[in-house]
Design a protein around this ligand. Structure first.
Ligand code: DOR
Ligand code: ZN
Length: 482
């Protein structure tokens, strides 16, 4: 039935809930139309709608934006594919993911970006796609930018996929090429040469236990890599993002470069907040992840930085592997990482339920800040008229126990097995459509997700030292002898 006065018919009204922003919460009904939030207003004031859903007592959060997932397609689809990975996101209240390029083949050229886009077409949720920044694809970077890549990923340290880390010289040239685009470069900030050296020494000494993995990657690898990347960003004006912050020590170069005005953001993941070296004996090789889970003092410092804003956001590094690939007696043989995109929101809402974080702060770190850092704001990351209707409806009373076998990922193994959480997303909407409803995947929404267009919403880049780039030097006429 149309509104008799205006003729306006909303697609959906979510009635009776509490809308949460990064700074406040208020009781409001929300109407959507054509994928957008049409109205947010006092309870009972909404126009007529095709469907009204009662969400009394529940909270409406902007869907989580997870800028760090590995969906493995093409190449490793026995671990995950775009359908299963994005189903896990939908079940976890995550409405946008940014997907990493360490697939097989990696996303390092325009043709490979097109292949990734074809695979991603079955996604349940919206997505950004990372292009690889490596030593051997510098010539491909302009094509990736023109072809619509959403961000870049640079592996300063080796991890799954064993992509070689670029030299500092190659990184500088890549930063020079990418800086004018304004696209953010996300860094796996661990220094490869330190880790290779130490791992070889540990292996030679016969160390095969889980904690040997931590010994091979002490926090100095993160300190060195974050510092070096920040200096390159400062010189070129490139925007950077520090992935999976794992140590107290790397917070200093992060905070200092922020204070100097470097365009740098940082994320951490639930495992670095909620686990520590005391968990290695219990979890064995399941906990192996790059960078490693560190000491309780690191977790405490990371938590403080996430509360103060030094760390901008929560992501997951969703890195699915099969249980067989994870469970190994020799730590070096276990694949690194575990699924996370389905458990992030419940684990973090549980932190809220335990009084360790406000729901408002959670909205900042899960939605507002990633939207702003990766060019999606103001279309995403907020529930306001005109924004895309990406909404996680959350029941803060509901309790669930995390079980790997129930995850929608193909990686049916998690270090959070058996953890009981309070606070669960009970519906997930992507651009106004339920992709999860009442804790069930809406299977037919595979293919509803679409690629975000970050480049159009990034503020203009502030390029520095443009006259000194390698490209500029190569173009300048040879200096004449006097
Ligand atoms: O543990 C990890 N696994 N860390 C990464 O950075 C990559 C990831 C993967 O792709 O498996
Ligand atoms: Zn990762």
């Amino acid at each position: 039935m149309h509104d008799p006065d205006t003729g306006f018919l909303a697609d959906l009204v979510l009635a009776g809930g509490t809308v949460v922003t990064g700074t406040t919460r208020f009781q409001a009904d929300v109407a959507t139309k054509d994928g957008l939030v049409a109205l947010v207003g006092a309870p009972g004031t909404m126009p007529a709608a095709r469907e009204t859903v009662d969400v009394t007592g529940q909270f409406l959060l902007p869907g989580a934006i997870d800028v760090h997932v590995h969906f493995r397609e093409p190449g490793y689809t026995h671990k995950e594919d775009w359908r299963t990975g994005s189903a896990a996101a939908a079940m976890g209240g995550t409405t946008t993911v940014f997907e990493m390029p360490n697939t097989h083949p990696p996303t390092r050229s325009l043709a490979e970006l097109r292949a990734k886009q074809a695979a991603a077409a079955k996604s349940h949720v919206d997505y950004g796609l990372y292009g690889l920044l490596a030593e051997d694809n510098l010539d491909e970077l302009p094509g990736l930018i023109a072809g619509g890549v959403n961000a870049f990923k640079c592996f300063m340290g080796n991890t799954f996929g064993n992509l070689p880390s670029p030299s500092t010289g190659a990184m500088l040239e890549a930063f020079e090429i990418i800086a004018p685009s304004g696209l953010r470069i996300s860094l796996h900030a661990e220094t490869a040469s330190i880790m290779a050296w130490r791992q070889a020494r540990l292996v030679a000494a016969g160390r095969n236990d889980p904690l040997a993995h931590v010994a091979a990657r002490p926090a100095i690898v993160a300190v060195e890599a974050v510092s070096r990347a920040a200096v390159l960003a400062e010189w070129t004006g490139a925007r950077i993002h520090v992935l999976h912050i794992s140590s107290a020590a790397e917070l200093r170069p992060l905070a200092e470069s922020k204070a100097r005005g470097v365009e740098i953001t940082g994320e951490t993941c639930p495992c670095y907040l909620l686990l520590d070296t005391g968990d290695y004996a219990r979890l064995g090789s399941v906990i192996r992840v790059n960078p490693p889970v560190r000491d309780a003092a690191d977790a405490a410092a990371i938590r403080a930085a996430l509360m103060s804003g030094v760390i901008d956001m929560i992501a997951t590094d969703h890195a699915p592997h099969t249980p067989e690939e994870k469970r190994k007696d020799v730590i070096w043989e276990a694949d690194c990482g575990f699924p996370g995109v389905e458990t992030q929101m419940p684990l973090m809402l549980n932190e809220v339920a335990q009084g360790r974080m406000s729901l408002e702060h959670y909205v900042r770190i899960s939605a507002e800040n990633p939207a702003q850092a990766f060019g999606l704001w103001p279309a995403k990351g907020r529930i306001e008229a005109g924004a895309e209707a990406d909404i996680a409806v959350v029941d803060m009373e509901r309790r669930e126990t995390i079980r790997a076998e129930r995850l929608h990922s193909r990686g049916k193994i998690t270090p959070f097995e058996g953890v009981e959480v309070t606070g669960v997303p009970v519906h997930t909407l992507v651009r106004g459509r339920f992709v999860q409803r009442d804790r069930r995947l809406v299977a037919e929404t595979s293919g509803w997700g679409r690629q975000v267009t970050a480049i159009q919403r990034m503020p203009p880049a502030r390029v520095r030292n443009a006259d000194r780039t390698l490209a500029a030097c190569l173009q300048a006429p040879a200096r004449e002898e006097a």
